[in-house]
Unconditional design. Structure first.
Length: 240
C-alpha cells in the first residue's frame, strides 16, 4: 500500500533561505523622492481590485490606508502591532493577531509554516526596512515580500502587504502613482523574481518623480503616454 503525497513544502522556509542571497539591483535614484507622496495610486488600486463588488470592504481598506499615511508621516516604527491595527480596520474585527496555524496560498500550492520563533523572525525582518544597506526599491520590495511569505494574518495578507509598501514609501518621502503593475503572482523560492520586484519599484519611483515632481501635476493624457517601462522580467518556472 502506497502513501499519498505529503503536505506541501514550507514556502516560508524557502523564502528565508533565499532572502539573504538575493542579488538586489542597484538604483541610481535618490534615497528619497522629492514631492508630496501620491496617494491616488494606492487608492485607485484598492478600489479597482475590489471591483466595486464590496463597497464596505473598499471603505474599510481606504480607511486603513488613511491610517497608514498618517502613521508614516508621524515616523512611527514599522512593527506587527502597527500592522495589526491597520488589519483590524481592513477586516472589520475587534482583534487581529499573528496567525496560530500554518497558512496556505495560491490554491494550496504554497504553505507557510509556523514555528515558535516565526513571529519574532517576522518582527526582525520588519525592523530591517530602515537599514541603509539596500537602496529604497530593494528595501521596499523585500518588506512587501516578507509580508506575503510570512503571511502573518489569518486573512487579508495581500492587502496587508500593499499597505505595508504604502507605509514604507510614504515614510521615506517617496511616491508611486501606478500600483497595478505590481499585481502579479510571486513565489517564495524565486530569487530572480524578488529582484524583479525591486527593479519594477525603481522604475515606478523614477516614473512618478518625472511626472509628479515639485509643482507638477500630470494630465490624464500625460499619465497614459508615460506608462512606466521595465526591463524584461526573468523567465518563470512553470508551476503545477
Amino acid at each position: 500500500m502506497t502513501s499519498g503525497p505529503g503536505p506541501p513544502k514550507d514556502s516560508l522556509a524557502d523564502w528565508l533561505s533565499i532572502r539573504p542571497e538575493i542579488s538586489w539591483p542597484s538604483w541610481r535614484g535618490a534615497s528619497t523622492v522629492s514631492g508630496a507622496p501620491s496617494r491616488d495610486g494606492f487608492r485607485d488600486f484598492f478600489t479597482a481590485t475590489r471591483g466595486g463588488r464590496d463597497g464596505e470592504g473598499i471603505a474599510r481598506v481606504l480607511t486603513a490606508l488613511d491610517s497608514v499615511f498618517a502613521d508614516a508621516e508621524q515616523g512611527r516604527p514599522l512593527n506587527l502591532a502597527l500592522m495589526a491595527r491597520w488589519q483590524r480596520t481592513v477586516l472589520g474585527r475587534d482583534s487581529v493577531g499573528f496567525r496560530t496555524l500554518p497558512a496556505f496560498a495560491k490554491g494550496g500550492r504554497e504553505r507557510y509554516g509556523l514555528a515558535p520563533g516565526t513571529r519574532a523572525r517576522f518582527e526582525r525582518c520588519l525592523s530591517e526596512s530602515t537599514r541603509p544597506d539596500l537602496p529604497l526599491p530593494a528595501r521596499a520590495a523585500r518588506v512587501y515580500l516578507d509580508v506575503l511569505f510570512f503571511h502573518p494574518f489569518e486573512d487579508g495578507n495581500a492587502r496587508a502587504a500593499m499597505l505595508t509598501l504604502a507605509f514604507l514609501l510614504t515614510r521615506e518621502g517617496a511616491s508611486i502613482d501606478q500600483v497595478h503593475p505590481l499585481q502579479t503572482t510571486r513565489w517564495a523560492d524565486d530569487a530572480d523574481g524578488a529582484a524583479d520586484v525591486a527593479m519594477l519599484l525603481g522604475t515606478l519611483l523614477t516614473a512618478a518623480e518625472r511626472r509628479l515632481g515639485p509643482g507638477r501635476k500630470p494630465s490624464a493624457q500625460q499619465s497614459a503616454r508615460e506608462a512606466p517601462m521595465t526591463r524584461p522580467l526573468s523567465p518563470r518556472r512553470t508551476r503545477p
